[in-house]
Design a protein around this ligand. Structure first.
Ligand code: SAM
Length: 274
């Protein structure tokens, strides 16, 4: 059993994480303590204040990265909210394919990619959809997250059998290969090269040079408060190509009065053209 976190200590960590990453852990003191206590104890810190002093003074950024790795919730899985992928295949991709026929270049961003299941599925869907024509298109997926730990796992692209078992058979056959004596499966090079993983904090100014056609921002805004969400949705709107699509988690909502997105379904939005 680790040290008890005082209310002041909790407030300091809470404010730090909220200000930098937007993550609102206001009523989550037990969770914060549960996730940090081993780390703090093993690191030899006598109090959480001492630990936070070290985090704030560490110019290498290592302690900050580890704090983020410990405090983010990275739960994700293959086939999550698969309706979105079906909608992409049936409605969005045929429309974009026709509209972008000249440039043959789609900008796709997955903004809370966690361990990679979501962007890899997007890449699989795109390969599948474009078929033989895929080689004439650039449909690379930019996949970002704040946690370096999940990004490392995502780049490796190795999953347990029970994680991949839900994928359609033809995707498994085509895009995964057994490794480690068949106990695990690795995403094929053909798919890996279609996804570019980078660390990016959604609270930062968006650095994109080109506008996005498709943005997946699923199951991340649940951690942000209303005003943080509003500002983020505005930035998303601004970096979106007119006619582009935003997908959010199916249990999430956005304030429709703040930006003029057209709501296609409660979790699918489109930026109006013209
Ligand atoms: C619950 S996962 C969702 C993963 C995936 N989108 C899905 O729906 O399955 C939320 C992810 O958001 C990331 N995240 C939280 N705050 C973030 C921020 N400020 N910037 C970028 N990513 C953030 C977390 O690290 C975590 O991996």
């Amino acid at each position: 059993m680790g040290k008890l976190m005082t209310e002041d200590e909790f407030q300091r960590i809470y404010r730090h994480v909220k200000t930098r990453y937007g993550i609102d852990m206001e009523r989550k003191k037990e969770i914060v303590q549960g996730r940090l206590e081993n780390y703090v104890q093993t690191g030899g810190y006598t109090t959480y204040q001492e630990y936070m002093n070290a985090v704030e003074l560490d110019y290498t950024g290592k302690l900050e990265r580890e704090l983020v790795n410990l405090l983010t919730t990275n739960h994700t899985f293959f086939m999550r909210e698969f309706d979105h992928f079906e909608y992409l295949k049936r409605m969005v991709l045929p429309e974009l394919k026709q509209r972008e026929e000249k440039n043959r270049d789609l900008c796709i961003w997955c903004g809370a990619a966690s361990t990679g299941q979501e962007p890899y599925m997007l890449a699989m869907l795109l390969k599948d959809f474009f078929g033989l024509e895929h080689e004439h298109w650039d449909t690379k997926v930019l996949a970002t997250d704040i946690s370096t730990q999940v990004l490392e796992q995502a780049v490796r692209g190795i999953y347990e059998e029970n994680q991949i078992s839900v994928l359609p058979e033809h995707w498994k056959r085509r895009f995964l290969r057994p490794v480690n004596g068949g106990t695990q499966y690795e995403i094929s090079a053909e798919i890996k090269e279609e996804v570019l993983f980078r660390q990016f904090n959604l609270m930062d100014t968006f650095p994109f040079k080109r506008r996005m056609h498709i943005i997946f921002l699923r199951n991340v805004m649940i951690y942000f408060d209303k005003e943080t969400k509003r500002q983020l949705v505005q930035k998303v709107y601004d970096c979106m190509e007119p006619g582009g699509y935003l997908f959010i988690g199916q249990t999430e909502t956005i304030d429709k009065t703040s930006v003029p997105f057209e709501m296609i379904r409660p979790s699918i939005f489109r930026k109006r053209e013209g």
